[in-house]
Design a protein around this ligand. Sequence first.
Ligand SMILES: NC(=O)c1ccc[n+]([C@@H]2O[C@H](COP(=O)([O-])OP(=O)(O)OC[C@H]3O[C@@H](n4cnc5c(N)ncnc54)[C@H](OP(=O)(O)O)[C@@H]3O)[C@@H](O)[C@H]2O)c1
Length: 295
Amino acid sequence: MRVLVGGGTGFVGGALTQLLRSRGHEVTHVSRRPGPDRISWDEVARSGLPLCDAVVNLAGENVLNPFRRWDDAFRRVVVASRVETTKTLAKAIAEAKRPPRAWVLVTGVGYYRPSPTAEYTEESPGGDFDFFSRLVSTWEAAAKIPGDSTRQAVVRSGVVLGKGGGAVAQMLWPFRLALGGPMGSGFQPFPWIHIRDVAGIVCHALEMEGVCGVLNGVSPASPGTSNAEFAWELGSALGRPAVLPLPGWMVRGIFGAERAVMLLEGQRVVPKRTLESGYCFVYPNLSSALRDVVS
Ligand SMILES: NC(=O)c1ccc[n+]([C@@H]2O[C@H](COP(=O)([O-])OP(=O)(O)OC[C@H]3O[C@@H](n4cnc5c(N)ncnc54)[C@H](OP(=O)(O)O)[C@@H]3O)[C@@H](O)[C@H]2O)c1
């Protein structure tokens, strides 16, 4: 299969590209930067979709960049980098003479309202209560294309745990120095997935003819994982104590109140349709996932 991946040069994109190539697929990235096996967003907007069998979009400015102030200008970049890239690909797919067979978008579990108790499946309501939930709604709406010549799927991902990037990369040094611990109360749910599985679910959605619609991209153990348990397991994978809590006011100070919600509150998300679609998780439990990440 020839797969076109928007934002495929990033953290999740690297894992997906590796997995797709190992399964014999050809991968081309749509990127802001030139390079081998890459085309630009302008090229797609100007000349349409290159010949391909499937399209994925992973493009998006890093929301939790602690060095970027959470102001209106940054909010606009966060939205545009997701919604405009998705619109560009959706338009190109809709106008393609030979449309691809599958189109997969990766969004986030921020669609669901944070709650210490509620459990959310793919059918649960959401998408209309704060900045991030509305962003996911607009992003997913931008992906919709008319007709049924292209199968469409959306993977709503939890926090991606992997080597060399994402949340763990930011936490590693304090935890290695035994300065790590839960954030805020630590009771908040921690929706997580190993990077091999988020790549695996996207690949499954591309390859399996019957898979379409929303798939929650979280591990089956995720609904039972709290932030404190995550901190404890990360400390234990590193052989360090993880007992120093990071107070909520400090998290709000670093990220701003709106972004801090992503860390200080969380959702219990169940990968119901993902499992029903036949996806088998490689890392269903947290301790093995974290042992792999820090190895
Ligand atoms: N990592 C997680 O924990 C997580 C959790 C839930 C959802 N997600 C979603 O999954 C997708 C992939 O995540 P990731 O962690 O792999 O992201 P990432 O590495 O931070 O970025 C992915 C790619 O997006 C492109 N990009 C970045 N800023 C952009 C901008 N301002 N305009 C256009 N393109 C831009 C870059 O590609 P080029 O430099 O090649 O243009 C980058 O390599 C994102 O949409 C993210 O929101 C991630």
